[in-house]
Design a protein around this ligand. Structure first.
Ligand code: DGJ
Length: 694
């Protein structure tokens, strides 16, 4: 683990890999190697640019951060406009700085006083690197960026790669995308103002890999606004990826003397997809998630949304809270409907006062009831929004993004507040701060239920900066609230998983992965979320909503939801005594194993889509305790028992557990090489197996 520098070759050495960059003074910066560790002497700065008709042909060059300018026709990472009308950059390497685990490579424009610094950081014991870009205007004239991405990648060799991303929608987040890129470009993006439900801000690239083997290259952008991931394969076969804030309708104006740093990218290279997930999970806990709760197990919460929707009141919520406490919940979150004139989703957003008809004695009566049951209390907000039918909008119609000459289209009867206005930011901060100060609230669910449209922001000198400024304002408000109320946990929600990116998890402790609580659909949603996201951040509810006219057994639902941050959300008032016993049993079991789930290493032993059985093993860091979740919906009748090969165990240790009436006492070596049979023919087969090392 070190940053090794030799003759203008910079080696970012992680636990098992080298990411190598080379340059020469005045020339561009090139990526030389990304993969296994080699001898430092093996690395050489490649022969300059590819020459075509004696011209420097930059398109086919493995640039570490390519600019628009010169002979280059590819998607560049940065495009800037200067005050005199020049719209091109000419960047050359200027120098570097290194301190501890960080490296800065400085590029300068040949003519204008613009400096671009590529920032890198490596982390002890991990195969993860973080990078971002800082632009500094050392002159006095403004420089306006039309594109300012966080980083660029050149994948090794020139054979095609397969690229993983997601294709999703509301209720169907994290649908898998796995496609070969043989030529041309693939763009995964959001233009919606939020990272959204559709694609994810990152990529996973591989040629031939599975859970345990094969080179996997991955990168995640920590940004919750519009983004783009542009992956292309050029005429020489090189696969490149550029990641950052979407340049669609984008501008960032840098005044003289100012600096700006882009959102960061968390990236790495692993052997197999499993190791990628574990590396990212560990990085998330150790270096990324908000500090106060990153090492604390998340509570089992109850959320009232599916049970009571907008119909909330002290009596009804207190009633259901009793049941939640009986089930073992530690936190009770009242969702939408408690404020303003919020009878349904047509009104009230923006009016963050407690509805006096629903809560005639204020909020404290309910909070005290909840606290008396031994639970903390949490509350739902949707701070960035306003219903035209609200006092806030009647008073400040100009606070929503709009153009005077255009229809302001409502989605879910609401408009997006212009968060770039300081008065809007102060209003939101003030409302939340007051409620959090006055009441014993321990949890905030921050929702966001529509994409942007008609993004007029004429208050700004550069209105296109709103895409950046809006998300920045959300982060700033959350950070300010957290600083003032450090004991409060924050959940990021956006109609389910519309804001479940690495930017969100830098400011929020967890995310709501999807409104879809159907346990079968959840297998896919959660699997693909946890592929590149920390498990602990994945809120997962057990509810009684029948999404698809299929009755999924309660035990099965627990089996799936316990693989993340377990929560309950059904109408417990309607649960039979038997159902309540099931809830109690599983909540108790979850509390016993949650440290292993939330902080351990996840090994995906069987894959539901491939094997008809989903089997996830979570192991603690010492490999002495594990919990194995197995679930299958309807395997084929004649299917032979599936062999379950363990992974991650210590070869020489003996592990003990019971499965289907059989007691196993086997070495790690045996379990990993011989495995055990799992006969999952029973419909909705589900087992939760605690494993202990002797
Ligand atoms: C969308 C969220 O995803 C739900 O969980 C719930 O909070 C509703 N909004 C409330 O309007």
């Amino acid at each position: 683990m070190a940053i090794i520098i030799k003759n203008n070759i910079f080696v970012l050495e992680t636990k098992n890999t080298h990411y190598v960059i080379g340059t020469e003074k005045g020339a561009g910066i090139q990526n030389i190697h990304w993969g296994n560790k080699c001898r430092i002497e093996d690395y050489e700065i490649p022969e300059g640019y590819y020459f075509l008709y004696q011209q420097r042909m930059r398109d086919c060059f493995r640039e570490e951060y390519s600019c628009f300018g010169g002979i280059s026709y590819k998607e560049s990472a940065v495009k800037a406009n200067f005050a005199d009308g020049c719209r091109e950059l000419e960047l050359g390497f200027e120098g570097y700085e290194t301190e501890g685990n960080t490296l800065k490579l400085v590029l300068k424009d040949a003519h204008y006083p613009l400096e671009i610094t590529l920032n890198y950081e490596i982390f002890d014991g991990l195969d993860i690197i973080k990078k971002s870009v800082t632009v500094t205007n050392n002159g006095s004239d403004e420089i306006v960026f039309e594109k300012l991405m966080s980083g660029e990648f050149n994948l090794p060799g020139n054979k095609p790669y397969r690229i993983k991303n997601a294709l999703g929608n509301w209720g169907a987040e994290y649908g898998p995308v796995d496609t070969e890129l043989t030529g041309g470009s693939l763009v995964f993006e959001s233009r919606r103002g939020i990272s959204g439900h559709n694609n994810t801000p990152g990529f996973v690239a591989y040629r031939s890999a599975d859970e345990k083997t094969g080179e996997v290259f991955f990168a995640n952008l920590a940004w919750s606004g519009s983004f783009a991931v542009e992956v292309s394969r050029d005429i020489r076969g090189i696969t490149r990826a550029v990641l950052g804030m979407n340049s669609f309708d984008f501008e960032y104006a840098l005044k003289g003397g100012e600096s700006f740093t882009t959102p960061e990218i968390i990236f790495g290279r692993s052997e197999g997809f499993g190791e990628m997930s574990r590396q990212l999970n560990r990085y998330g806990i150790e270096h990324h998630l908000p500090k106060y709760f990153n090492n604390a197990p998340l509570p089992v919460l109850y959320n009232s949304w599916e049970a009571t929707a907008f119909d909330v009141s002290t009596a009804a919520q207190s009633e259901i809270a009793k049941k939640a406490a009986e089930a073992g919940c530690e936190l009770f979150v009242m969702d939408d409907g408690w404020f303003g004139q919020r009878k349904d989703d047509h009104a009230g957003l923006g009016d963050w006062y407690v509805n006096p008809e629903k809560f005639p004695n204020g909020l404290d009566e309910l909070i005290e009831n909840v606290n008396a049951l031994g639970m903390d209390f949490g509350l739902w907000f949707e701070p960035e929004m306003v219903n035209p039918d609200s006092d806030l909008f009647r008073e400040h119609p100009d606070w929503a993004y709009h153009y005077d000459t255009r229809t302001a289209h409502e989605l879910r009867w609401q408009l997006v507040l212009n968060m770039t206005k300081p008065e809007v930011q102060e209003y939101i901060f003030g409302c939340l701060d007051e409620l959090l100060t006055k009441h014993n609230i321990k949890y905030v669910k921050w929702d966001m239920n529509r994409s942007f449209s008609e993004t007029g922001a004429e208050n700004l000198e550069h209105p296109k900066m709103l895409w950046y400024l809006h998300t920045k304002a959300v982060y700033d408000i959350v950070d300010r609230l957290r600083e003032k109320h450090p004991e409060i946990q924050f959940e990021s929600c956006s109609s389910g998983g519309g804001r479940s990116d690495w930017g969100a998890t830098k400011h929020f402790d967890m995310v709501w992965t999807s409104d879809n609580t159907d346990a079968i659909d959840r297998i896919t949603i959660q699997k693909n979320y946890a592929l590149t996201r920390p498990v602990k951040t994945m809120r997962a509810w057990v509810t009684d909503k029948n999404w698809y006219n299929r009755e999924v057994p309660l035990e099965f639902k627990f089996n799936i939801a316990m693989r993340g941050a377990l929560s309950l959300g059904g109408n417990l008032n309607k649960y039979s005594a038997e159902d309540m016993e099931i809830c109690k049993k599983y909540v108790e079991l979850y509390k016993k194993v949650r440290n292993t789930v939330q902080f351990g290493d996840l090994y995906r032993l069987l894959d539901y889509d491939r094997d008809e059985i989903s089997a996830d093993l979570y192991l603690n860091g010492e490999k002495t305790e594990g919990v194995l979740f197995i679930a299958a919906v309807n395997t084929r009748c004649v299917k032979e028992a599936e062999t379950l090969y363990f992974d991650g165990l210590e070869k020489d240790r003996i592990y003990e557990f019971d499965l289907d009436g059989r007691h196993f006492e086997k070495s790690g070596a045996y379990l990993m090489s011989e495995g055990i049979p799992v006969d999952a023919k029973q419909q909705y087969y589900n087992r939760i197996i605690e494993i202990k090392a002797k």
